[in-house]
Design a protein around this ligand. Structure first.
Ligand SMILES: [Zn+2]
Length: 182
């Protein structure tokens, strides 16, 4: 995330107040706001406009009954449709609901949760000097590059290289299968 630029002298705060932590906001953050209801003792600094906004949202939920909050969140997820069909309920994704609530409370998109990558996939990717996620093209080109480097024909008699070649080939085949499974 890029840091807020402060190169414009005219906008520089006169004293040492931190900048408002809302992305893109150039005002002084003079007001403390709890980060979330789960982290009441952790603060972020906001300007007067954003603290007002924050308080509005905070109060909005504070006055709600649990079933009203739930209804609000359902609306946020389904695009403000008051009733759900059976099909919609089947499609309901709790993570989407968390996204909507996070965005509402934090003024920014919820960071994408990191998918759990199976250990074997991670090991295989590491062998091929790759990272998750990967495409078939990336897989092929990384494998080709390494296969050339470790090919037994060009490293005759070197057992370690031979072993590496076997391992990267197995890793390539495994990762290729994983892609085809989907
Ligand atoms: Zn602000």
């Amino acid at each position: 995330m890029p840091r807020k630029t402060r190169d414009n002298g005219a906008q520089r705060p006169s004293h040492n107040a931190p900048m408002c932590e809302v992305e893109g906001c150039q005002q002084e953050g003079q007001y403390k706001a709890p980060r979330s209801r789960e982290q009441l003792d952790e603060y972020r600094w906001l300007c007067i406009d954003h603290i007002r906004e924050h308080n509005k949202q905070w109060d909005y939920f504070a006055d709600m009954k649990p079933e009203e909050i739930e209804a609000f969140m359902h609306d946020a997820v389904t695009g403000h449709r008051p009733t759900w069909t059976r099909e919609e309920r089947m499609r309901f994704r709790p993570d989407k609901l968390h996204d909507a609530l996070y965005e509402f409370m934090h003024d920014r998109k919820r960071p994408a949760p990191q998918p759990a990558i199976p250990a074997k996939v991670r090991r295989s990717l590491a062998l091929l000097e790759m990272e998750f996620p990967y495409t078939q093209d990336q897989l092929k080109s990384c494998y080709r590059k390494l296969a050339k480097r470790y090919h037994p024909d060009t490293n005759q008699g070197n057992k370690a290289v031979e072993e590496t070649f076997k391992n990267i080939t197995a890793a390539y085949k495994y990762l290729d299968e994983q892609l085809k499974k989907k």
